[in-house]
Design a protein around this ligand. Structure first.
Ligand SMILES: NC(=O)c1ccc[n+]([C@@H]2O[C@H](COP(=O)([O-])OP(=O)(O)OC[C@H]3O[C@@H](n4cnc5c(N)ncnc54)[C@H](OP(=O)(O)O)[C@@H]3O)[C@@H](O)[C@H]2O)c1
Length: 266
């Protein structure tokens, strides 16, 4: 099926990873309002089930729940296989599940850093690979990768996280060009600090500057959905976050690094 012959919303499937809270839950809500069928993926089954029930009831869309620990790459292939067996072709993939970690690089156990790389880098790559292949075969599909504003520079006390998100941004930029000719759109969403469960999960300190810059997930997600629909390579939601990226382009590395490290840690 070519891009010009897209499935109607009520027949098109959106798969959202990390749908049990934060941005993922909001992506589910916003795509449900547009009439899309949903596959919700995360580990917390109770949260996925109550979201699925609420969205199904309110928007009359089909919602499938998949309890998957995405850090297990074999589980990614099994998820793909289960959807295949049910004849579910994913039209839109929201590759959102991710985990942060704040603190000195040497202050945390190596296991914690590697677990983050496994989820934020390896698993995201695997999910993108398996579903992009199907999309390429159909000649149509859309993939949104959720990176971060920290993808634009290494930040003190977020060493592995900012490096992992830089990978996501670079992967998305490269795939945007590479898969375009196959009818597959790839976009990257780079949110700044937002009011989700993320900071708590990452044991993150919310500094006064971060509180000032904090965005609501609904606005971030709207901006990601719009950018993906428009076929943009990447998007930074919010004026102050955009200003931050301009600042990194316009100033020497030592200056913007020092500023962001201060804003994230002070
Ligand atoms: N909030 C921010 O300030 C911010 C800023 C920039 C970028 N981001 C990025 O936005 C994305 C979403 O984060 P969020 O802010 O919405 O945080 P969140 O509320 O903590 O959501 C994270 C989601 O990822 C899922 N997840 C975590 N580990 C998983 C695993 N092993 N297998 C499957 N699912 C897993 C969680 O579900 P379960 O625990 O149920 O598995 C949850 O649904 C992340 O990639 C994050 O890096 C967030």
């Amino acid at each position: 099926m070519k891009n010009t012959d897209r499935p109607t919303p009520e027949k098109s499937w959106v798969l959202i990873t990390g749908a049990s809270s934060g941005f993922g839950e909001e992506f589910a809500r916003q795509y449900a309002t547009k009439g899309h069928s949903l596959v919700l993926v995360a580990r917390r089954l109770d949260r996925l089930q109550s979201l699925a029930e609420a969205l199904g009831r309110q928007y009359r869309v089909e919602v499938i729940v998949e309890q998957v620990d995405l850090s297990d790459i074999a589980a990614v292939s099994q998820l793909h296989q289960r959807l295949r067996e049910r004849d579910i072709a994913i039209d839109i993939l929201i590759n959102n599940a991710g985990h942060g970690l704040q603190g000195p690089f040497l202050g945390a156990q190596l296991d914690a850093a590697l677990a983050m790389v496994q989820l934020d880098v390896a698993s995201l790559t695997a999910v993108t690979h398996v579903f992009a292949q199907d999309m390429r075969a159909r000649g149509s599909g859309r993939i949104l990768l959720v990176a971060s504003l920290l993808a634009y520079q290494g930040v003190q006390n977020f060493a592995v996280y900012s490096a992992a998100k830089a990978y996501v941004l670079r992967l998305g930029e490269a795939l945007h060009r590479e898969l375009k000719r196959d009818g597959v759109t790839v976009s990257v969403l780079c949110p700044g600090m937002s009011d989700t469960g993320f900071a708590q999960a990452a044991e993150m300190k919310i500094t006064p500057t971060l509180r000032l810059l904090m965005m609501q997930p609904s606005a971030v997600v709207r901006s990601g959905i719009r950018a993906l629909a428009a076929g943009r390579m990447s998007v930074v939601p919010g004026l102050s976050n955009k200003a931050m990226v301009l600042f990194t382009w316009a100033t020497p590395r030592w200056l913007h690094q020092r500023f962001l490290s201060y804003a994230m840690n002070a």
